[in-house]
Write a protein that binds this ligand. Structure first.
Ligand code: PMP
Length: 428
């Protein structure tokens, strides 16, 4: 057996983090378990969770209905590769709820869902280029990782990769436009009209809401240019409404990427949309050069599909999006009240289901205004010190099981955290 020369098991996972989410040393913890809207650490702390697995746990951790569904499926086996009897039921639920979903193909994570959405769009249109928005996140793959978090001074439409290791040829297929700026987007798209396969957009980009007319404008633009409109609803799907952002804003994309809640905390995501587009994946279809390879060992995994189906059933029965609005609104009001008492210029941006804190009064309408705003990570770190689990550089996710008392506790912590940050001079 190989001898392990590293000192601690944590050293075996470079960075001692699972992805890019790495807490500073003074608030680092290891999770032991989670239930409802709480999370317990291996050193005995209990936190109120506003990260929720980065979104999937919208009805709370270890929900009894989801646990029962996983247990029942686990006794029947966890993966078969052949069609199973759960995935079609989940597909049926998705097509009932999501306006654009005529058909569904399952994959394992949100990045795969956007990756295949773009491959499908290129195959369907016979074109190469994809336009995305500055600051938009669509997962880890080489196409999506452009213009996500560029430093100041990178100009449109240059697609600057956000990671080393991305081939320049891939960068050459991506164009970056400013979110919420329909004129600039139209000009750019028109300049490459006959080469544009798709526009991909988070309908609510991070926590920045679309200006009225922006999403309908993208729909018209794609119709005019013969490009596909792809909504990345990995975050917004089933969360801002049962039918996602496309229901809220009344704009139907050709294809959408779904993830997070549809796996109920297990790895599952989906591409959903027009049947004529999704059918390009049918194995052995006519040889017209448009057949799309879509495959994965765990696609439509029955364990994940069972967890997702149970989650969606609870979400529908409880009208969960309405509950998130109630809870999120209480949180937003509570934080605003703290800011008022402390004379701190706080803006809570985004929908109630996943608000984000910004200090300052300037309007946030795109990546650049967000980048220029004051969002000291120390605020999140101070919350973490007070047992409120947040992502220090991102939005807060609320669940249907956060209680009024937990929201009050979060607001009390926010008051202390804001005062500490203000007194250290970080709020300008
Ligand atoms: N799209 C959006 C809008 C996301 O927020 C994320 C993940 N945070 C993804 C895609 C990628 O999903 P995953 O991490 O499951 O690959």
């Amino acid at each position: 057996m190989k001898t392990n020369t590293l000192s601690a098991p944590a050293d075996l996972i470079p960075g001692n983090c699972l992805g890019t989410f790495k807490l500073p040393d003074d608030v680092f913890f290891v999770t032991e378990r989670a239930a409802g809207s709480n999370l317990w650490t291996t050193d005995g702390r209990k936190l109120i969770d506003f990260v929720l697995g980065s979104g999937p746990m919208m009805i709370g951790h270890a929900h009894p209905r989801v646990v029962a569904a996983i247990q029942e499926q686990a006794t029947r086996g966890t993966t078969y590769y052949a069609m199973n009897d759960v995935a079609p039921r989940l597909a049926a639920r998705i097509t009932e709820l999501v306006p654009c979903a005529e058909a569904v193909k399952f994959v394992s994570d949100g990045a795969e869902a956007t990756f295949y959405s773009l491959r499908l769009a290129r195959a369907f249109t016979g074109r190469d280029l994809v336009l995305k928005f500055e600051g938009g996140y669509h997962g880890h793959h080489d196409y999506a990782l452009h213009g996500f978090n560029p430093p100041r001074g990178v100009n449109y439409p240059a697609a600057r990769p956000d990671s080393a290791g991305i081939p320049a040829a891939v960068s050459g297929t991506m164009l970056i436009a400013p979110y919420n700026d329909l004129d600039a987007t139209s000009q750019l798209a028109q300049s490459v009209a006959d080469r544009l396969a798709a526009i991909i957009v988070e309908p609510i980009q991070r926590s920045i809401l679309p200006r009225s007319g922006f999403l309908p404008g993208l729909r018209d633009l794609c119709n005019r240019l013969g490009a596909l409109l792809v909504f990345d609803e990995v975050v917004t799907g089933f969360r801002v409404a049962l039918g996602g952002a496309q229901e809220v804003f009344g704009v139907e994309p050709d294809v959408c990427a779904l993830g997070k809640v549809i796996g109920g905390g297990l790895p599952l995501a989906a591409v959903a949309g027009r049947r004529d587009v999704l059918e390009l994946t049918v194995p052995g279809r006519v040889g017209d050069g448009r057949s799309v390879f879509l495959s994965g060992t765990l696609n439509g995994n029955p364990l994940a599909a069972a967890a997702g189906l149970a989650t969606l059933e609870v979400i529908v029965e409880e009208d969960a999006p309405a509950r998130l609005i109630e809870i999120g609104t209480a949180l937003i009001k509570g934080f605003a009240e703290c800011a008022r008492k402390l004379s701190v210029p706080l803006q809570m941006i985004g929908p109630a289901a996943f608000p984000d804190t910004v200090f300052g009064e300037d309007e946030i309408h795109d990546y650049r205004s967000y980048l220029a705003s004051n969002r000291p990570k120390q605020f999140g770190i101070e919350l973490l010190k007070r047992d409120i689990f947040v992502h220090p550089a991102s939005k807060l996710y609320v669940s249907t099981v956060h209680t009024g008392e937990q929201i009050e506790l979060a607001c009390e912590a926010a008051y202390d955290a804001m005062r500490t940050v203000r007194d250290s001079g970080l709020l300008g």
